[in-house]
Design a protein around this ligand. Structure first.
Ligand SMILES: [Zn+2]
Length: 698
């Protein structure tokens, strides 16, 4: 455990925040909080909390003693001074005299005594921070501490490692009850430098930011040393690799991702396309493989979370799948069967846990989404699931650390976390659920859209339109710089975007792009086949090679993309949709534009064929016929030539439609999104041309 305190950095923080009117005390509180938050072996994703006691001015300008404590919604890694709401210290310390305090009453009391009425809610541990007399208090869920406190006899382990310098407390529910017993422990021995919480984590205190932080590092180091000493080299018990384990290829892992994503989807008439989907994020490493490949996986992976806080991100238990079996014909088809059966049994176990929890707590609760958040595939790695890519990544990060904790705990003794019934209270605790927020989802949240020709023009506009609707994106083009720019703009709208440099006429490159999508997001729901280029010339004079080249890009590539998409849709089993950029020239060809118009006419036929052939698996197929949209398609003088071919000026050509308005890329993008939302429309062509009766579908 590295002590990352640095005098120069600490001074720089004091100077930086001092210039903004922040006291030295609070500046140093921010500095060491960020040191803690920046080390994932100490806290992860909003976990842990810190505080400092100081003075602030009330409305009359009089100084009042306050507790600056981490506000909920802030992450220690990136916290700022305003992430520490100031709460009047005296009135909240006085709550110690109260015998019982409900969560709602505690939150209300804390909010009532804020100096700034608009500040975020103080941490649920604010009372514990307030009661202790020390100026600085730090709290983490360090991996090494968890490996020691999740043991069958954790008190004895902690005594042996930490001696008398830390108080050791049994698991008590966070908030008011924990604050009360922590204070009693401190009063029994005011010399202690911190408190170890069984099945939970570690608090340290000090008179300075540095002292409290250094104590945190020192005790975590002691835990790491104890684990290292007690650890026989090699794999822990139960981690011997299972016999005859089949290790899937990366193609099979990508296929498995789509199968798993499909198995985690639930039919829901109110959800887009009738399915409530999930995003899936795959990762693997040597440590993950050692864990998932172990013959005892079903035992050690199914004992529960390392610290209660994690349950809202990962659920208490992962879904453990059997390895792929190549002897069963198509291993992915077999996986699909076993995966669906495993999900069904996971859900019935969860329902039983929920009912037991409700009986035990005596309170009525509404069941949360019961789907697993972590899925383990022996021979491969872990898949983390969530409503967004970010939620899935958080679950993945937390579980990767859980793997380390379980491995260390098993080497040291036996991993023994808190039992499920007590965790139920944490999972269903309103103050924990509040951390997840409940913003309304956008129409394409939980969906993934792949767009070809996405670096510019209609493709780029379509990508951003789907991003606006909440879809995560897979962007294909040969223009990498253009793709990067579109991806940045999409990420600015809060969605994940993966870019793939890809020539869509290369079937293998298209396959590889779909595999990347599967490993990054778990699969695909919308595929916009858009890449195209104009070839001109009178038919009898066109070089046969040029005509074939145009067909390769303007027809066959659309088919390759659609066929690859259908294979992915079939594995997911949740329908899907194909959107083609055709052209008005499919219906109303222009003079000397045959090499472009012919394949585009074929694309409309292709779209209808896909609509016919795959409606039975819920796939919809539609096309947009755009016309005269000023994009790179019209570069290199093509626009001028097309205008001339119609006997018009460039301006007259662009606005030469019934409405007399120039059609923009975003108009075409909006039509794509509209078709994607038209859930009972398939086999349709939607013109976006400002009105052109000669080109109207018939
Ligand atoms: Zn905690």
């Amino acid at each position: 455990m590295e002590n990352r305190w640095n005098d120069a950095d600490a001074q720089a923080a004091v100077t930086h925040y001092g210039a903004r009117g922040v006291s030295e005390t609070l500046a140093l509180r921010v500095y060491t909080s960020r040191l803690i938050g920046g080390d994932p072996a100490l806290v992860l994703h909003g976990g842990g909390n810190t505080s400092v006691k100081g003075q602030a001015c009330d409305a009359r300008g009089d100084p009042v003693p306050v507790l600056y404590v981490k506000g909920s919604g802030w992450d220690l890694a990136s916290i700022e001074p305003q992430g520490f709401p100031a709460v009047r210290l005296e009135p909240i310390r006085a709550l110690r005299g109260v015998r019982q305090l409900s969560d709602e009453a505690m939150v209300n009391a804390l909010r009532t005594h804020l100096l700034d009425a608009s500040a975020p809610n103080p941490s649920v541990e604010a009372l514990l921070h307030a009661y202790l007399p020390h100026r600085f208090v730090d709290h983490t869920h360090a991996d090494a501490i968890l490996a020691l406190v999740d043991q069958p006899e954790p008190e004895a382990c902690c005594r042996e490692v930490f001696g008398e310098r830390l108080a050791v407390l049994p698991f008590v529910f966070p908030g008011f009850p924990l604050a009360a017993i922590a204070m009693e422990a401190f009063e029994r021995d005011p010399e202690v430098e911190g408190i170890v919480l069984i099945n939970h984590g570690l608090f340290t205190f000090g008179e300075t930011a540095r002292e409290s932080y250094q104590r945190m590092i020192r005790y975590v180091q002691l835990a790491e040393d104890a684990l290292a000493q007690a650890t026989p080299a090699g794999r822990p018990r139960g981690f011997q690799v299972r016999e005859n384990l089949y290790v899937p290829s990366s193609e099979e892992v990508a296929g498995a991702a789509t199968v798993i994503r499909g198995a985690l989807a639930t039919q829901d008439e109110n959800a887009p396309g009738g399915w409530r989907r999930t995003l899936l994020h795959y990762r693997t490493s040597e440590a993950i493989r050692a864990f998932v490949d172990g013959s005892g996986l079903r035992d050690y992976a199914r004992r529960g979370v390392a610290t209660p806080d994690h349950i809202i991100r990962t659920k208490n238990l992962p879904l453990v799948l059997p390895p792929l079996e190549p002897d069963h014909g198509d291993p992915l088809a077999h996986l699909s069967d076993v995966c669906r059966a495993a999900v069904t049994s996971y859900l019935s176990d969860y329902r039983a846990y929920f009912q037991a929890g409700v009986r035990n707590s005596g309170q009525d609760k509404v069941m949360l989404d019961p789907m697993p958040r972590v899925i383990l595939l022996p021979g491969a790695g872990l898949f983390a699931a969530g409503a967004s890519e970010n939620a899935a990544r958080i679950a993945g990060d937390i579980y990767e650390h859980t793997i380390g904790v379980i491995a260390d705990a098993e080497r040291f003794g036996r991993y023994t976390p808190l039992d499920a019934l007590r965790l139920f209270e944490m999972e269903y605790w309103s103050l924990e659920q509040a951390k997840l927020g409940s913003a309304a989802e956008k129409p394409f949240a939980r969906q993934v859209a792949l767009i070809t020709g996405a670096a510019s023009g209609i493709g780029a506009a379509t990508a951003l339109a789907f991003a606006r609707e909440g879809a995560h994106l897979v962007l294909l083009d040969r223009d990498e710089a253009g793709l990067a720019e579109v991806a940045r703009a999409a990420e600015g709208r809060g969605v994940g975007a993966v870019t793939v440099s890809c020539d869509v006429t290369d079937a293998e490159a298209v396959e590889a792009a779909f595999r990347q999508a599967a490993l990054r997001f778990g699969g695909l729901d919308v595929v916009v086949s858009n890449a195209g280029r104009i070839w001109q010339g009178a038919m009898a004079e066109v070089e046969p090679a040029a005509l074939r080249e145009s067909f390769e890009l303007n027809f066959f590539a659309h088919h390759t993309v659609a066929a690859t998409a259908v294979r992915c849709f079939r594995r997911q089993g949740t329908g899907g949709q194909l959107l083609f950029s055709a052209s008005k020239s499919a219906f109303n060809p222009g003079a000397k534009l045959g090499p472009y118009a012919l394949p585009k006419a074929a694309v409309v036929a292709l779209m209808k064929q896909y609509a016919l052939d795959y409606a039975d698996i819920g796939v919809r197929s539609n096309a947009v016929n755009a016309d005269r949209v000023p994009t790179a398609l019209f570069g290199e003088g093509v626009l001028e030539e097309r205008a001339r071919a119609r006997g018009l000026s460039v301006e007259g050509y662009l606005s030469g439609n019934l409405l007399g308005r120039v059609v923009r890329p975003q108009d075409v993008a909006d039509a794509m999104v509209m078709l994607a939302r038209a859930e009972r429309t398939t086999g349709a062509v939607l013109p976006v041309d400002g009105g052109n009766i000669a080109a109207a579908p018939r």
